[in-house]
Each structure stands twice: as C-alpha cells, then as structure tokens.
Design a protein around this ligand. Sequence first.
Ligand SMILES: CC(C)(COP(=O)(O)OP(=O)(O)OC[C@H]1O[C@@H](n2cnc3c(N)ncnc32)[C@H](O)[C@@H]1OP(=O)(O)O)[C@@H](O)C(=O)NCCC(=O)NCCS
Length: 335
Amino acid sequence: MDILPLDRDDDVMLKELHGLAARSEAVSRVQPVRRTEDEFLKMVRFEFPGEREEAAVATVDGAPVGWARLFVPERDNRDKCWSHVEVDPAHRRQGVGAALADWLEERARAAGRDMLLTEVFVPVGDRETHASREFARRRGYSVTSVEIVRSLPLPVAPDLLTTELHRAAEAMGDDYQLSVHVDGVPPELRQGVCDASNRLILDAPTGEVEFEPESMTVEDYETLLTHLRDTGRTMVTAVAVHRPTGVVAAYTDLSVPTGDPDIVFQWGTLVLPEHRGRRLGMAVKAANLAELARLAPGRRSVQTMNDEQNPWMVQINVDLGFRVIEEALTVRKLL
Ligand SMILES: CC(C)(COP(=O)(O)OP(=O)(O)OC[C@H]1O[C@@H](n2cnc3c(N)ncnc32)[C@H](O)[C@@H]1OP(=O)(O)O)[C@@H](O)C(=O)NCCC(=O)NCCS
C-alpha cells in the first residue's frame, strides 16, 4: 500500500474517489447523500478562505482504496485541525484506515497543531460498539461531544409554519424585520451575517473542546457564494434585523444541493445572546422552510445536527417535526 498526496488537478483520481466515497457513504451513513461527479470534484477543489486543506490517497497497485482530508484553520483555532478518513468497504479491516490516520496525525503535527478532531457517524444505539467508533478508540481518540442528526420529512404542514410564524411575530413585536434571501443576503446584511456566523461555534455547545470565534469576512462570504453558484447549490437564508440598531439579531441557512434531488441541509442558525427569548430562532427557521417549500417543492427532507446538550435549538427542531436518525460523535486525539 502507498500513501500519496492527493493531486487535486488529477480528474481521473478524483472521479475514482467519487465512486469510493459513494460506496463508503452507502454503508456508513443512515441516510446516504448522492453527489454528482461534477459536484464532488468542485467540492474537493474548493478551499474555504482561511482554512488550508491537505489530502492523501491510499493506493494498492495504483488503485485508490481510501483517502483522508486534513482541514487546517489558519486564522483562528490554530491549535486544532479537523479530519476525515474514508476506506472503500471492500478494503476495510486491512490496515488502510490506520495508515491514513498515521498520515493525518503526522501532517497535523507538522502544521504545529496539538489537537486532531473528527466526526464519527453511528446509528442510534450504536455509540459504544460501532466499527468506526472502535477504530477511533483504538487510535487513541476520545468522544468530546455528541450531536444528534435529525431529519424533517417534507413538506411541512403549511398550517404548522403559519401558526409558528404567527406566534413568533407576537413575541418579536415591531422591533424586528424578518426577511428571506436566496443565494446570499444583500450587501448591507453581509457583515451582520458574518458576525453572527463567526460566533456560532462559541455559542453552540461543543462539549469539552473550547473554540475561538471564527473569522469569516464579507469577502470570504462572497467567495463562498461564488462557489455555491458554481456547484449549482442554492442557499436560502432568513434573517431577523433589530430595527432600532440595524443589527442582524438572528439568521439561519438552508443549503439545497444539486446532486441529490431529495435532501436539503440545515446549516448554521444563531440568535445573538442579547436577542434571545423572543422566538427569533423559530421565526427565521419557519420563514426559511416556507420559502424552501416555494422554491424546491420536490425535496423530501431537511437534515440537521445539534449537540445533545443544546435543548433550545433541539426544541425548535422537534416542534417543527424533525426526527432522530443518527448520531455524530466528535472525537479528539491530543497529539
Ligand atoms: C473507520 C474506517 C476509516 C476504518 O478503516 P479500516 O481500513 O477498516 O481500518 P483498519 O483496518 O486500519 O483498522 C484499524 C483498527 O481499527 C479497529 N477496527 C476497524 N474496523 C473495525 C470493526 N469493524 N470492528 C472492530 N474494530 C474495528 C481494529 O482495532 C483495527 O485493528 P485490527 O484489524 O488489527 O483489529 C472505515 O471503517 C471507514 O471508512 N468508515 C466510514 C468513515 C468513518 O467513519 N470515518 C471516521 C473514522 S474516525
């Protein structure tokens, strides 16, 4: 077996990895997501500003059998790296995962990081015994937090959204302006959305690991919008602006991919601390779901992940009809 750096200009290799990732996901995830080759290639080639990526492929006789990605934040959280490793189901239990994990740990150390984080998805009830969890445990990773993956069957009953929007409007009063935007918020709201998004990691419970705020700029946000447009992904964003100050008090993003015609992903949702308790979280989520129903009526589910220690966000999701499908364990190795 060889472990080689991934050349992200190598179309042939990336197309093989597209197949490998799909086979791995089909057996490893409760609700596997389909991706077109084009979408996969663009996703692998995109680097979010401020985060460097390194990747490697494990090959046997020249053919890929597994791959690993290392995400190295360069502006904030410079003690950590995130990682992802995937082995073709036909080649599991032959030391490929271990060799890729060695590579990840070595590269993380070379980047001066002392903490490597990764997510391990397991079916509900399999937290202790699942193969991927066992792999991580054997490699010296411990669980620092657990997120619960939930799925909302679509369509949501229009009455439910109307009722929730009505209750939220009463709690919000006239102080907040609710609006929904497709493919990015207008320029005057971009700094506010970046500010809210940057503190998400501080405010959402993340177990034992301490995070610094992120540092997305308006320019980075625009780079992301260009990438999403390029991959054909639609982003739907609802914001609540506090009228007296003009501050973006709450926002939420839904991401509608091209490759899988069924699914929609819930991305970040945040209500600024000083604006909590006025149902702004429900307001932005319900408004976004109403727009999603208009824009993409054929989608069948929305998938979200919340820390199990986040009752506020979870309650909103449960009220909207989200149901538990899977768990995501955040595991950490101190290097
Ligand atoms: C987790 C994963 C990467 C392991 O890859 P792999 O190539 O099968 O792993 P290895 O053969 O290197 O296994 C190393 C050790 O992990 C443990 N392990 C791996 N698979 C296991 C299983 N099915 N049951 C119990 N232990 C297992 C064993 O201790 C194994 O050593 P051993 O075979 O000498 O007993 C692979 O199952 C995978 O791609 N899963 C889906 C993606 C994923 O969950 N990634 C995150 C992992 S942290």
